[in-house]
Ligand binder design. Structure first.
Ligand code: ZN
Ligand code: ZN
Length: 139
């Protein structure tokens, strides 16, 4: 795949634009081509395989709200299970392998994944940086 570069003067800045041969468009700044979706996305953050969708300029805030509510819901669910587990006969619940015991075990890996993901994206959002720019150390 060949990439051609174009330079456009905007105010006092020289902006570098790339031509995407697959989409046949000159990409706006901060845009990237998603190989999964086979299209150029403005402010592409990443292609989310869980949502089967690109996360970019038009849905990044929705993504932040989604992972934040998912995190809050998982923490709330986790706390509910723990409090229910310790509220009554613990030995009986362990013997019967109650849902109050195995739900927190199931949700623990989700929490381990969601906490750093939420912190990363809130931090990137505050810095006005995408995951691709963060990984490439562009901005
Ligand atoms: Zn493209
Ligand atoms: Zn994509």
């Amino acid at each position: 795949m060949k990439w051609e570069c174009y330079f456009v003067q905007q105010w006092n800045l020289l902006v570098k634009l790339k031509f995407c041969h697959t989409c046949q468009v000159i990409r706006p700044p901060r845009s990237f081509h998603c190989r999964v979706c086979k299209s150029c996305i403005e402010n592409l953050d990443h292609h989310c395989f869980w949502l089967s969708k690109c996360i970019g300029k038009h849905n990044y805030n929705h993504f932040i709200v989604f992972i934040s509510t998912l995190l809050i819901g998982t923490i709330y669910f986790y706390i509910l299970c723990i409090t229910r587990f310790f509220s009554s006969n613990i030995s009986h619940k362990i013997k019967e392998f109650s849902p109050d015991l195995y739900y927190p075990i199931i949700t623990w890996p989700i929490l381990i994944f969601l906490i750093p993901l939420s912190i990363l994206h809130i931090r990137l959002n505050l810095r006005d940086q995408t995951t691709i720019e963060y990984l490439k150390n562009v901005r």
